[in-house]
Design a protein around this ligand. Structure first.
Ligand code: SF4
Length: 924
């Protein structure tokens, strides 16, 4: 521990590091030594990822080395003292070693608990429970002959509704006082249900992983998107650690799945459900075929169902060995390997976790507790690095939101009623009581969502506590439960029942079978009943809602969104639980891990993150480092543009941005920019709607034609799946048009991309070099004050630090019901004193910083950044106040901002000079 920090080296860094990179690596190393929480900020393009890899993994290697030499030393001096004997170790190491050495079975037990490698008795129990599962259509696959499938199908279709198949086994819960401990019993095993907080948390196939491996000390690295994780692996591959450290990359089924039949379902939820269902089907079909065998048919058992990509366990083992041999592989590599070997890369990579020293995974998988448990991620005394942590608090709490739509509620309620009607006389008292309770709940939820004009008890109650007219309202958990007269229901006990009784599958299975008999066949082309999926999804949503209602009263709010008539452009209604506090969630991570590192290009405002996520942490346990940018000052030109070419002041505030004058002046600005800016220009608008409005107006006025004479115009598509192809074409256009000498100066010279703040392009796409020579930010992307969820967060944050954090003193109590209009939102914002208002303002500047941070990705890159709105360029006295937008720019941009230009001519001159000098410098 005596290392001199000034002498510390990071030999894995593949180049000679710049001084800010050394500072970053040393700060990270120091943070790992100390433990606790650290926030490390380094602008994009400064080699942050590489610095993190080289510092964190060097620290791991050093600690292991230290431990090794100390063990050798201790072996020399100590003989069989029978203790863990690690007095000289730092706490984190002693604890970690103690976990491993003194409690050798802990990890194994944990793994079993977490679903990896079930014990035989568990497997048997699972198989038994799976026999109870409702019958669904068999999937037609390569491993079942068509005839056999047809025969089996006939056997299914021809059968009458079988009471026994869908009848719940009697359920007995223990006395009320035992409920808190979660104790209950039933007479046979069941299927685990869980909140869909995460897509991983599901019952796992018992055959997937049968091996139990020693847990390694780990670094967990997580980032937002799969492409960022792939980028991380690419950086890792530049270092020696790629072959020295055991790495595994995790991702969702949607990314990893190689079963075409499942993949074509499209969305994540359906892919997850289908994958899990296939594995349950495997057991179910074993049972059925055995039964058929009794009638004289004999055939092999396992081959006819389940996912074919998991049928051969040897292949899974070989998959793991291949990964170990090949070193760090990214998601694409793993998927390709899985395809080549015809074995599932999703489960293959998951089973690598225990042995891995570096686990690379998406946010969701690490930040959600249930997901960690499901994946078997043990944070105890390990290191957690969260990259792209600029909006961590909001990302974290949004994972705990829950939502159920009106149609899902109706569906669930109808199916419960049908089931109860059919089996009432056959069910025992326990089941009857719980099913009736579920029906009471769904009916109450439905009633609160129906039109306010309906005279029902719920709305009467709502009116009693001051409902305004309007479609959206919000309530605290307890108020919601009281107003619906369901406060006497023990939700913990009910959830326990749902979990253990298999009610979801029984009810949805019965509903599906009844429907299939009615229609003749419930099977669709893909072997799946859509209706069944929607029933299951509805049940899952209901369980999520019920789970949310067990949170503390002040942890979140219930949003009641009633269906809109067609004239308001939106159908449907929903109930949503919005989580407001992230402290408890984050403290679980901090308490377990040895060190938690939050890294990002811009992490400001630090204070807001601290207050929202770890206000309990003593200041000396929170470390913060902000690095400068490595680019020279002449490589960036940030300008606040207050006036357009004709002198018209730019004002893109809510009231004036729609005016044709403003839109046309913006068009003239673009017409000028395309003549002075080389290669690519990216223009960010505040919303898709506004971009559409501007585009159409330019088309009508002929401005678009003028722009397209110089640069080809591209637009960000609303659907994320189309973004890649647009970007590809945008890049190809720039590359093609920018190459070679221009004989005709009037010819095309690059491209322009119209993008949207908060869209895919603003978050995760790099516009290095020619892709983004100029970034134009149009207006200030304030979030809509009509967004009720946002206002709930504003109100909550306004109350942070007050004695009663859920009720900010300055905000009127009548805001429980919200008319959903902008003025009401502004009213709430005006009533905030500090934190709430700051949070709201920070939101739009975080979005601006994210968008403009897409450009300048390396030391030789250069770009101009134009902030187009007079509010960016107000007089210097106003700029000194913290809430001024330019004060929330990253320091390296703020330092160079040209904030007061008298006229557009000055902007044009600055741009002309900037591009000329950078071209002469030969920056590429
Ligand atoms: S087991 Fe793997 S390949 Fe098969 S459906 Fe599930 S994720 Fe897809």
């Amino acid at each position: 521990m005596e290392d001199k920090e000034s002498e510390r080296e990071f030999p894995a860094f593949p180049y000679k590091p710049y001084s800010i990179q050394m500072d970053f690596m040393k700060a990270l190393y120091r943070s790992l030594d100390k433990g606790g929480v650290s926030m490390l900020e380094s602008p994009t393009g400064t080699g942050k990822t590489l610095s993190m890899i080289c510092s964190a993994l060097q620290w791991v290697v050093d600690q292991k080395q230290k431990k090794k030499s100390e063990t050798v030393e201790s072996d020399k001096n100590t003989t069989n003292e029978g203790s863990c004997g690690l007095d000289d170790e730092p706490d984190w190491m002693r604890n970690f070693v103690a976990n491993k050495d003194c409690q050798p079975n802990d990890n194994k037990i944990k793994k079993k608990k977490n679903g990896y490698g079930l014990r035989k008795s568990d497997k048997r129990r699972n198989e038994e429970s799976c026999r109870d599962l409702f019958s669904r259509g068999m999937e037609k696959d390569d491993f079942c002959t068509k005839k056999e499938c047809e025969n089996l199908q006939k056997a299914n279709d021809g059968s009458e509704l079988n009471d026994e198949e869908f009848l719940l086994e009697e359920y007995e819960s223990e006395e009320e006082e035992a409920i808190g401990s979660g104790k209950s019993k039933r007479k046979a095993g069941g299927v685990t249900i869980s909140s869909s907080i995460n897509e991983e948390e599901e019952e796992e196939d018992e055959d997937v992983s049968e091996e139990e491996e020693e847990e390694e000390f780990k670094v967990y690295f997580c980032s937002r998107t799969h492409s960022q994780l792939s980028q991380f692996i690419k950086e890792l591959q530049k270092t020696v650690f790629a072959s020295k450290i055991r790495v595994v990359c995790l991702g969702s089924r949607k990314i990893f799945c190689i079963n075409e039949e499942v993949l074509k379902l499209g969305n994540s939820t359906r892919i997850n459900e289908r994958c899990l269902e296939l594995q349950k089907n495997k057991n179910k079909e074993i049972s059925k075929i055995k039964n058929l065998g009794a009638k004289g048919r004999v055939r092999q058992t396992k081959a006819c169902s389940g996912c074919p990509m998991l049928k051969n366990h040897k292949l899974q083992k070989q998959f793991r060995s291949k990964i170990s041999e090949q070193g760090a592989l990214d998601i694409e590599d793993l998927v390709q390997l899985g395809k080549n070997m015809q074995t599932c890369p999703y489960y293959g990579s998951r089973s690598m976790v225990p042995a891995a020293e570096l686990v690379v995974l998406p946010y969701q998988s690490l930040l959600s507790k249930s997901s960690r448990e499901s994946l078997g991620l043990n944070l105890k005394n390990n290191i957690v690095i969260i990259d792209e942590a600029h909006n961590l608090a909001d990302s974290l709490i949004s994972m705990y939101d829950a939502k159920i739509t009106l149609s899902q509620l109706e569906n669930v309620h109808i199916h419960l009623e049908k089931y109860f009607g059919r089996f009432r006389s056959l069910l025992g008292p326990g089941n009857r009581r719980y099913i009736q309770t579920l029906m009471v709940l769904t009916r109450a939820f439905l009633q609160v969502l129906v039109n306010e004009k309906d005279e029902n008890c719920v709305n009467q109650d709502a009116k009693k506590i001051g409902a305004k007219t309007g479609f959206d309202s919000s309530m605290a958990i307890n108020d919601f439960l009281f107003s619906l007269n369901i406060d006497n229901i023990n939700l913990v006990k009910l959830l326990q029942y749902i979990k253990e009784s298999n009610i979801i599958h029984k009810v949805s299975g019965y509903g599906d079978k009844a429907a299939s008999l009615q229609k003749g066949s419930a099977l669709k082309d893909n072997g799946e009943s859509c209706e069944e999926t929607s029933i299951l999804s509805g049940f899952r949503a209901l369980v999520d809602m019920l789970l949310s209602l067990t949170n503390n009263d002040g942890d979140g709010r219930i949003i009641i969104s009633r269906p809109r008539p067609i004239s308001f452009g939106q159908q449907g209604g929903f109930l949503k639980y919005v989580m407001l506090t992230g402290e408890k969630i984050f403290s679980e991570i901090v308490d377990q891990a040895h060190a938690v590192i939050l890294a990002g290009g811009t992490l400001q405002p630090i204070e807001e993150t601290r207050e929202r996520l770890f206000s309990w942490l003593p200041p000396n346990e929170l470390h913060f480092l902000s690095c400068n940018h490595i680019i020279p000052p002449e490589s960036i030109l940030p300008v606040a543009v207050s006036n357009g070419p004709t002198g018209q002041a730019f004002d893109f505030s809510y009231g004036s941005r729609g005016s044709l004058t403003m839109i046309e002046e913006l068009g003239r600005l673009l017409c000028n920019l395309v003549t002075v800016v080389p290669e690519g220009i990216v223009v960010f608008f505040t919303s898709f709607e506004y971009e559409e409005q501007v585009y159409e107006a330019w088309k009508t006025s002929g401005i678009l034609d003028r722009i397209t004479k110089k640069k080809r115009v591209f637009r960000e598509p609303r659907r994320n799946t189309h973004v890649e192809s647009v970007l590809k074409e945008y890049k190809q256009t720039i590359d093609a048009l920018s190459d070679g000498p221009k004989e005709d100066p009037r010819s095309l010279s690059g491209a322009i991309l119209l993008a949207v703040v908060g869209g895919k392009i603003s978050e995760g796409i790099n516009f290095s070099d020619g892709m983004g020579r100029c970034i134009v930010m149009v207006g200030l992307p304030y979030p809509s004050p009509s967004d009720i969820e946002l206002l709930e967060r504003v109100k909550h944050i306004e109350g942070l630090g007050d004695s009663n954090s859920t009720k900010p003193s300055n905000i009127s109590s009548s805001d429980e019901y919200y008319a959903g209009d902008v003025q009401a939102g502004f009213g709430i914002l005006r009533s905030c004193r500090r934190r709430g208002k700051e949070y709201y303002e920070n939101l739009y500047m975080k979005a601006v910083n994210q968008s403009i941070g897409r450009a300048i990705r390396h030391i030789n890159d250069y770009a101009a950044i134009l902030l187009v709105d007079m509010r960016y360029a107000s007089e210097s006295s106003k700029r000194s106040c913290y809430s001024h937008p330019t004060n929330k720019l990253p320091q390296w941009i703020k330092d160079r901002l040209v904030s007061a230009t008298n006229n557009y001519g000055e902007v044009h001159r600055l741009l002309h000079q900037f591009f000329k000098s950078n071209k002469n410098r030969g920056c590429q």
